[in-house]
Design a protein around this ligand. Structure first.
Ligand code: APR
Ligand code: PHB
Length: 389
């Protein structure tokens, strides 16, 4: 088998890259370890920056998003029960789109199926070869049969635990990491959201977030310690804890119901450098992780593959390697700014074990500054709605 670009991983990064390349006549094969149902079963965040929305439009997979997605003009920030709205539209004339990552993935999978581009699901023992030469190869086992794909380039879009980053030779990669001493316990519930916009809340008992997937489906989170077990959290316990952490009005209006999904996600910041090794590129979660505060994960994956697609189109169309040569540097500049923002939002909104009272007063001062200064609010707004690509 032969293709121009072998893409490892059918998450949003791999599927969007495949779609952007297909629109420019560049053929790809996606090799995915799991089944389509498994990929669609993962519950992830659901806030799209304007740049991500534009990229999905460019990829011609935006119809359902525009019909069903919810445009949000701002968010609510709450600190020990004091709630304040940050109005993005008023501050900087930008908005975000609330549309679940699962739905973005579903739309991309559907478009790929219709186009007939090849995706090999349930590929086992995927391995990457010769990406330091002009003829890289990907090997895997499908239905018990060993196969090989020869290609011009490999795009490693296989997430944090994928094979791509770990295929890079020792010493060629530098990594930067911060692990937070807590996680997010999240539930999904078929009940209307408590408010029209997202509410990010700081409370001395810990962070809480009221989010949504649609006018009838809500997503809520509470900060829990890193060693917490999901089995110890009944729905009742979850709702009680959430109520205590948000403002009174929100607590009074919560529409509770049985959870249809409940899980704990650890929080981590991680960046690998560089993102290119010969003819292998890393993109999305394979390259970097952000804590979910600020919802940058999917948006970074989208902007990475937007850049990579441009670079590969330039390579094939204009026979120029300038784009691929600059890919790593260009992407990392934006990645580190999103890392900074996600770390900062995490720092002001969470409760840290063993923090002193001085640090808590600083968190309060940060909140008071944010809600009283247009300059500070504008900075949050421009980062939340997305820095330029
Ligand atoms: N071989 C083939 N596929 C693999 C392998 C492997 N060895 N390892 C992992 N994969 C697949 C996974 O099964 C998954 O479907 O790669 C895909 C990676 O998808 P994601 O983890 O969703 O990562 P990405 O596409 O970069 O999207 C980033 O996902 O984690 C969130 O916050 C993140 O929203 C962001 C988005
Ligand atoms: C979500 O809806 O899952 C969500 C929203 C915003 C975040 C993180 C997660 O910052």
């Amino acid at each position: 088998m032969r293709t121009k670009v072998a893409i490892i991983g059918a998450g949003p990064a791999g599927l969007l890259l495949g779609r952007l390349l297909e629109r420019q006549g560049i053929d790809t094969v996606i090799i995915e370890r799991r089944s389509p149902d498994y990929v669609l079963g993962r519950i992830r965040a659901g806030v799209l920056e304007q740049g991500t929305v534009e990229l999905l439009e460019k990829a011609d997979v935006s119809e359902r998003m525009h019909a069903e997605g919810l445009v949000h003009d701002g968010i609510e920030l709450c600190f020990d029960g004091d709630k304040h709205r940050i109005n993005f539209r008023e501050l900087i004339g930008r908005t975000v789109m609330v549309y679940g990552q699962t739905e973005v993935t579903r739309d991309l999978m559907h478009a790929r199926e219709v186009s007939g581009a090849q995706t090999i699901y349930e590929a086992e023992d995927v391995s990457l070869h010769d990406f330091d030469s002009d003829s890289p190869k990907v090997r895997f086992v499908k239905d018990g049969v060993a196969q090989e794909i020869a290609c011009d380039f490999i795009a490693g879009c296989d997430g944090y635990h994928g094979v791509s980053r770990s295929s890079v030779p020792d010493g060629a990669l530098k990594t930067f990491e911060r692990v937070y001493p807590f996680g997010w316990l999240g539930i999904l519930v078929d009940r209307p959201p408590v408010a029209e916009e997202l509410i990010y809340a700081h409370h001395e008992r810990g962070f809480a977030l009221c989010s949504m997937r649609s006018p009838t489906r809500s997503r809520y989170y509470v900060q829990v310690s890193a060693d917490e077990k999901v089995e110890d959290w009944s729905d009742e316990r979850f709702w009680d804890e959430l109520r205590r952490r948000v403002d009174q009005e929100t607590a009074d209006h919560l529409v509770i119901g049985p959870s249809i999904e409940k899980s704990i996600a650890p929080l981590r910041s991680f960046v690998a450098e560089p993102l290119r090794f010969g003819r292998l590129f890393l993109a999305g979660d394979a390259a970097h992780i952000v804590p979910p505060t600020g919802a940058k994960g999917l948006n970074l994956a989208a902007s990475d593959v937007g850049c990579l697609a441009e670079a590969l189109v330039e390579y094939y169309g204009e026979k120029s390697s300038a784009g691929i040569d600059h890919y790593s540097q260009r992407v990392l500049g934006r990645v580190w700014k999103a890392e900074r923002f996600s770390w900062w939002m995490t720092s002001i909104l969470h409760t840290f074990p063993d923090t002193d009272t001085f640090a808590r007063r600083l968190q309060r001062a940060e909140f008071d500054y944010l809600v009283s200064s247009d300059a500070a609010a504008r900075s949050l707004a421009e980062n939340y709605t997305g820095l330029p690509f």
